[in-house]
Design a protein around this ligand. Structure first.
Ligand code: ZN
Length: 248
């Protein structure tokens, strides 16, 4: 079974389509799991939601998904993100909003995977990018494998008493394959599809293959200019568009 693991699509349909095309060109895709922030920042929220639903996605909610439905306020957002959240809220239908509102904060798949946007301590908000947050998450993770998003940076966390901090954290590069192991807890962040932040503007995702129990990180070029053109037409904040080209 081959599963595409996505996070932080952020209404960027061109990036989402490029990822799906690449994943499908390598073989049959049996499922899509999404770690939140399907909307927010970008120009095509409804289209991205529709595409995921068509694929029968298993998804959790992100902070931007909740902000776009009015489920949470935007006080914690920077001004550009708040403006994009208001723009998104005006464009989503009541039905699309109820889909987003129906997404859980934490989801379990196949008994082995825990899906959450941030961390299991603060599901919608906490960035898993330091040892303290990693330990807080791992303590609460009851399955061998965890999948998180939110940072937009592809990363692997491996729990182990032999490590000084109780776990080891490393960045994942394009093409890097990780052998999962049930002997110790692991957490994988597939990076951001629609707004990468590790300096590489290519869309980022992970493919899980249940046969060998591996996850492989992939980076995919997409038509960044096409998304930027739609953002300009929508009058979304310029910085949100500019950052796509530099991967920040
Ligand atoms: Zn995000």
């Amino acid at each position: 079974m081959r599963i595409v693991i996505l996070s932080d699509i952020h209404s960027n349909l061109a990036a989402l389509e490029a990822v799906l095309r690449q994943a499908q060109s390598q073989g049959v895709v049996d499922g899509v799991w999404c770690l939140g922030d399907t909307v927010g920042y970008g120009p095509q929220p409804g289209e991205c939601i529709a595409r995921l639903r068509e694929l029968g996605v298993v998804a959790v909610v992100g902070n931007h998904d909740r902000a776009a439905t009015g489920g949470i306020g935007t006080e914690e957002f920077n001004p550009q993100a708040a403006a994009a959240a208001r723009w998104t809220a005006e464009r989503l239908s009541a039905e699309e909003k109820s889909f987003l509102d129906g997404l859980p904060e934490v989801e379990y798949v196949q008994g082995d995977f825990t899906l959450v946007h941030g961390t299991l301590r603060w599901p919608m908000w906490e960035y898993l990018y330091n040892y303290e947050a990693a330990r807080a998450h791992l303590e609460r993770q009851e399955t061998p494998f965890g999948l998180v998003g939110h940072t937009h940076v592809p990363m692997l966390v491996v729990e182990g008493r032999e490590f000084e901090n109780g776990c080891e954290m490393s960045y994942l590069e394009d093409g890097e394959r990780v052998q999962l192991s049930r002997g110790r807890k692991q957490v994988v962040n597939p990076g951001g599809v629609g707004q990468p932040r590790d300096g590489d503007p290519r869309a980022s995702y992970v493919l899980y293959d249940s046969d060998g129990e591996t996850v492989t990180l992939h980076r995919v070029e997409y038509d960044i200019a096409a998304t930027q053109k739609l953002m300009a037409e929508a009058r979304l904040p310029a910085w949100l568009s500019e950052r796509l080209a530099i991967g920040r």
